[in-house]
Design a protein around this ligand. Structure first.
Ligand code: XMP
Length: 325
C-alpha cells in the first residue's frame, strides 16, 4: 500500500541520484508548495547544499517575511537569503493604477531582483533549480484545458529567465509533480511543516498591490496590512478560517465621511472578501453570521485609524472574480 513514508523514501532516492553533490536552489514564496519542497530538500540533503531565496516585495502581509524566515529556520535552513526589496517595488509602482500594468511591473522587478541576487550570492552555475510544481499545474499548463483565471489575469511566475535557463540545461527538479494539493499537505505534515503553513489561504504573487485599488503607496500597504491582520486573526479566533477558502481585505481608492466626537473626517473604505470554493475557478461569498461581520467591522474601524467604513462583498465568481483587480 501507498504510504507517505514509502513515497518519501522513493522520492529521496530519486533526488539523490539525480542531484548528487550539486547545489540546489529554491525560490521561496512562503506558500504551501515551496515550503514543502524546502522541507523535503532539507530532509534529503545536507542543509549547506540547499540555497533558498526569498524576495520581500513590500507587498506581503503583516509579519509574513518574519514568519517565513522562522519556519524555514525551524525546518533546518542554513543558506537562506531574505532579500528586502520593498523600495524597488514601491518606486516602480509609483503612479501606476492599471491592474495589469501593476502585475507586469511586479513581474519585471521580481525577475531583475532575482537575477541580481543570484549573481550577488554566487550560487554556482551547476545548481539544480527545485520547483513546487504540482500534478494539476502540469495538466493546466500543458494541455491548455484552461485555468481561465490565468488567462484573465496574467501570472508573473511563468516567464522567468532562470527557469528557462535551467530547463534548457535539464537542471529543473519538480519533486511534487506526482501529487495533488491534499497529498502535498500530507507530505508536508509528515516532514514537520507547521499546520498553519499547510492550511493557509492562497495568496497572489503580486500580493497587496492588487488589493489596493488604484495607486499603491507604502502608507496604503500599512493600512491594508493592519486591517487584513485583524480580519484574519478574528476568523481564526472564531474558528471560521478553515471554513473559508480565501479571505482578505481590499483597500478602496475613496475616502468617505465619518464622525469622531464633534469632528468630521474622511477615512478609507475597506472591503472584506471571504469566499468558499473548490479550486478558485468559481466561488461564493461566505455566508457570515451577521454578528461576526458587525464585530469584525467594528474592530477594524476602532483599531485602524485611517479606515472609516467597512463593507462586505457578497458577489459570486462568476461574474465577479475573487480579487478586486
Ligand atoms: P480571481 O481573482 O481571478 O482569482 O478569481 C483566482 C485565484 O487566483 C489568485 N490570483 C492570482 N495569483 N497572481 C497569482 O499568483 C495573480 O496575478 C493573481 N490574480 C489572482 C487569487 O488570489 C485567487 O486565489
Amino acid at each position: 500500500t501507498w504510504t507517505m513514508a514509502s513515497y518519501l523514501e522513493d522520492v529521496q532516492g530519486l533526488l539523490r541520484t539525480q542531484v548528487g553533490d550539486d547545489p540546489l536552489l529554491l525560490l521561496i514564496s512562503g506558500g504551501v508548495d515551496s515550503t514543502v519542497v524546502a522541507a523535503l530538500l532539507l530532509k534529503t540533503f545536507p542543509p549547506e547544499q540547499v540555497h533558498l531565496l526569498y524576495i520581500d516585495t513590500g507587498l506581503m502581509r503583516k509579519n509574513e517575511t518574519e514568519e517565513v524566515e522562522a519556519n524555514l529556520r525551524t525546518l533546518g535552513a542554513s543558506n537562506l537569503y531574505i532579500v528586502h526589496a520593498e523600495e524597488r517595488f514601491l518606486s516602480a509602482l509609483k503612479g501606476v493604477v492599471d491592474p495589469e500594468k501593476k502585475r507586469q511591473i511586479i513581474g519585471d522587478v521580481f525577475i531583475q531582483v532575482q537575477e541580481e541576487e543570484l549573481r550577488r550570492r554566487r550560487i554556482p552555475d551547476q545548481a539544480f533549480l527545485a520547483q513546487g510544481t504540482l500534478y494539476t499545474d502540469l495538466i493546466e499548463s500543458g494541455k491548455g484545458v484552461g485555468n481561465k483565471a490565468k488567462v484573465i489575469k496574467s501570472h508573473h511566475n511563468v516567464r522567468s529567465p532562470l527557469i528557462e535557463r535551467k530547463r534548457k540545461e535539464g537542471r529543473v527538479i519538480e519533486p511534487l509533480s506526482m501529487l495533488y494539493k491534499d497529498e502535498v499537505r500530507r507530505l508536508g505534515a509528515h516532514l514537520g511543516v507547521p499546520r498553519e503553513v499547510l492550511e493557509r489561504h492562497p495568496f497572489p504573487g503580486p500580493g497587496l498591490a492588487v488589493r489596493i485599488l488604484g495607486e499603491v503607496t507604502r502608507e496604503k500597504c500599512d493600512i491594508l496590512r493592519e486591517a487584513d491582520a485583524i480580519f484574519i486573526d478574528e476568523l481564526k479566533r472564531r474558528h471560521l478560517y478553515h471554513e473559508i477558502w480565501q479571505a482578505f481585505c481590499v483597500l478602496l481608492p475613496v475616502r468617505t465621511v465619518g464622525v469622531t466626537g464633534d469632528d468630521r473626517n474622511y477615512g478609507y473604505v475597506v472591503a472584506l472578501r471571504a469566499v468558499t470554493s473548490k479550486d478558485g475557478m468559481t466561488a461564493d461569498a461566505y455566508p457570515f453570521p451577521t454578528a461576526d461581520l458587525l464585530e469584525i467591522a467594528a474592530l477594524i474601524t476602532n483599531r485602524v485609524k485611517d479606515v472609516g467604513r467597512v463593507v462586505y462583498d457578497v458577489s459570486s465568481k462568476p461574474p465577479a472574480t475573487i480579487e478586486w483587480e
